[in-house]
Design a protein around this ligand. Structure first.
Ligand SMILES: *Cc1c(COP(=O)(O)O)cnc(C)c1O
Length: 232
């Protein structure tokens, strides 16, 4: 099987898994989008994906994302930055990212807002919320006490559009339980910000649970691309 056949097959499989998860959760498949996470994979793979009808691309490392974007800028793809957001990279990220999923603190809002304004682009920003029950180092995310403040700051920034919330299921807990908390938190969020309906949650191994708890945007890497040679 060549790479194109492999990617086409994986896409078909993941789309039917997502459709089945939607049926099981009594949701409409058109309300759940798949972002294909291509970190570590070459631009040539993204070209194939685009040809197979994939336009939502997720990347988590600035340097790598930027190189691919430059090579593929003619394809009209939508670039999602899903990695940890470092304020010193804001100016670079603002040049290619259409959506930034990982804004979890006020100084990140300021940095992205300023960077977006410098290049005169409007960027959709999601508030990354922490689902950790005890504060731990590692995955990032605003605490339940802080995420609404971060959201407010985004909503007030003229070059940012508040898209919604994003989360990663913590290790060492069932993703079903963790995404249950996300669902409650997203409901509170939408009570405050009714136009910001994105819920970015669910990866290759926990997409069923994410769909069951209201995810609108799944970030799927290895189930489409294959297993990566580095972990992040
Ligand atoms: C890599 C990554 C994904 C995709 O993970 P898979 O398990 O390969 O599907 C999703 N979200 C974030 C934030 C990631 O870094």
């Amino acid at each position: 099987m060549n790479r194109r056949e492999e990617l086409a097959l994986n896409l078909q499989e993941i789309r039917s898994r997502v459709a089945a998860a939607c049926i099981a959760a009594d949701r409409r498949p058109e309300d759940v989008s798949i972002i294909t996470v291509t970190k570590t994979w070459p631009a040539s793979d993204i070209k194939i994906l685009a040809d197979l009808g994939v336009h939502e691309i997720g990347e988590s490392r600035d340097q790598e994302a930027r190189e691919k974007f430059e090579e593929l800028s003619s394809l009209g793809l939508r670039w999602h930055f899903i990695g940890q957001f470092q304020t010193n990279k804001a100016n670079r990220i603002a040049q290619y990212a259409d959506v930034v999923h990982s804004i979890d603190r006020l100084n990140a809002v300021e940095a992205l807002a300023r960077a977006a304004s410098n290049v005169d682009r409007t960027i959709t920003a999601l508030v990354q919320v922490s689902l950790d029950q005890t504060p731990t180092v590692g995955r990032g995310g605003a605490s339940p006490g802080e995420y609404l403040k971060v959201a407010d700051a985004i909503a007030q920034s003229s070059h940012l559009h508040l898209g919604g919330v994003m989360a990663v299921a913590p290790l060492g807990e069932s993703s079903d339980t963790a995404f249950g908390r996300l669902e409650e938190l997203a409901a509170k969020f939408q009570a405050e910000f009714p136009d910001s309906k994105m819920v970015s949650a669910g990866m290759s191994d926990d997409l069923v649970e994410a769909v069951a708890h209201g995810a609108t945007h799944l970030r799927i890497g290895s189930a489409i691309m294959g297993s990566r040679s580095y972990v992040q």
